[in-house]
Write a protein that binds this ligand. Structure first.
Ligand code: IDP
Length: 139
């Protein structure tokens, strides 16, 4: 059965461009309930750990530098079929390929600075939520 929680980050580009409020508004209006939320920043080490699965990819070092370049917003979201529905809401990795009206279509600047992260499986949603939030930081 699909889990009802997913994990997201509003990435440094979207935070720097003042889109936190608009993105959270779109998320909640799309039926997701926020069950954990924080503004924080990743060190290079922490960004490297978060994206360790991409270590062998050519864009890894740039991605780590980008993700540690400024504040991010981390959140755990709740909704039936959360992981799949949230991936639909954010759109394709490359914003030029993201469907009109998706968060990446509206707010992303490039394939790297693509505004938001969304977990790609229930298992990763659990791991990524635990990466940022203790039990006391979620409802
Ligand atoms: P996803 O975030 O849509 O799940 P992934 O393939 O898991 O996409 O890639 C993780 C992140 O790495 C992307 O969101 C984006 O920030 C970055 N990324 C992915 N592909 C590229 C690329 O070809 N060039 C630069 N950055 C990329």
């Amino acid at each position: 059965m699909a889990s009802n929680r997913t994990f997201t980050m509003i990435k440094p580009d979207a935070v720097a461009n003042g889109h936190i409020g608009a993105i959270l508004d779109k998320i909640t209006k799309s039926g997701f309930k926020i069950v954990a939320l924080k503004l924080t920043a990743l060190t290079k080490e922490k960004a490297g750990e978060f994206y360790a699965v991409h270590k062998e990819r050519g864009f890894y070092n740039d991605l780590v530098a980008f993700m540690s370049s400024g504040p991010i917003v981390a959140a755990i979201l709740e909704k039936d079929n959360a992981v799949e529905d949230f991936r639909k809401l954010i759109g394709a990795t490359d914003p030029t390929k993201a469907e009109v009206g998706t968060i990446r279509n509206l707010f992303a600047k490039s394939i790297e600075a693509n505004a938001v992260h969304g977990s790609d499986s229930d298992e990763n949603a659990e791991i990524e939520g635990n990466f940022y939030f203790s039990a006391f930081e979620r409802v």
